[in-house]
Design a protein around this ligand. Structure first.
Ligand code: ADP
Ligand code: MG
Length: 218
């Protein structure tokens, strides 16, 4: 069996003396599409931030490609990425936002990669590359945030209610682009969403959280 990309073992998260997450075992494998379901406050975002190596758990072990790690190792940075509901964009142009994480020197290569990433999320590069962050609708901003992640060809794309506050068109484009990244690059997807119909259609498995614990996997 292939080494999981991310493994959690006996992971607990405690905030202000209260345990909000308790996961005995969870593996994210190459090519997985995992849905995360559960009521508000059940621990979805807490789990995603741990999987993204943004928060260290209070206890337990976290591995990346088979190597135990507590803090975000350099190698993980561009390979595991989290898209949140309210995207954070740099106060710069669309091009600058999408190019930001790229470690590529040649300007023409950067332009090509940014161009392709914008097309993947349904934004016309001709009209969007030079726009500023304040000239974008919420749905366009979220698509720019997704393009900035897809351009890195991540191993794992984590999404925390990525379409919850979006218009239908942007929501569809976000979903399509994420699925395409998985088909084309083998990017594993982990998606927290209240849209159980959609999760049911696309996920290999749905993890149901309640009070920070996995109560069911379907
Ligand atoms: P979900 O994403 O499923 O709505 P969260 O992971 O955001 O759930 O929250 C799980 C629990 O942890 C909630 O009870 C929430 O209030 C608590 N919590 C989340 N983040 C923090 C924090 N930074 N400090 C204290 N409590 C937190
Ligand atoms: Mg949440």
């Amino acid at each position: 069996m292939k080494t999981p990309i991310i493994s959690l073992h006996n992971v607990r998260q405690i905030f202000s003396g209260r345990q909000v997450l308790s996961i005995d075992k969870l593996d994210i494998n190459h090519d997985d599409i995992i849905g995360l379901a559960g009521p508000n406050g059940s621990g979805k975002s807490t789990l995603l931030r741990i999987l993204a190596f943004l928060d260290a758990p209070s206890s337990g072990t976290l591995s990346f490609m088979g190597a135990k790690t507590s803090t975000k190792p350099g190698a993980v940075h561009r390979q595991v990425t989290l898209l949140v509901q309210e995207p954070y964009l740099l106060k710069r142009t669309v091009h600058a936002n999408v190019a930001y994480g790229l470690k590529v020197r040649k300007k023409s290569d950067i332009t090509t990669k940014v161009h392709n990433a914008l097309i993947e999320v349904g934004l016309d590069p001709e009209s969007f590359s030079s726009r500023h962050w304040f000239e974008l609708s919420g749905g366009e901003a979220q698509r720019v945030a997704l393009a900035a992640r897809l351009v890195l060809k991540p191993k794992v794309l984590l999404m925390d209610e990525p379409t919850a506050s979006l218009d239908a068109k942007s929501a569809t484009l976000i979903r399509q682009a994420a699925l395409k990244a998985r088909t084309n690059n083998g990017t594993s997807l982990v998606v927290a969403s209240h849209d159980l119909d959609w999760l049911g259609k696309v996920s290999d498995r749905i993890i149901h959280l309640e009070h920070g614990s996995i109560v069911e996997t379907s």
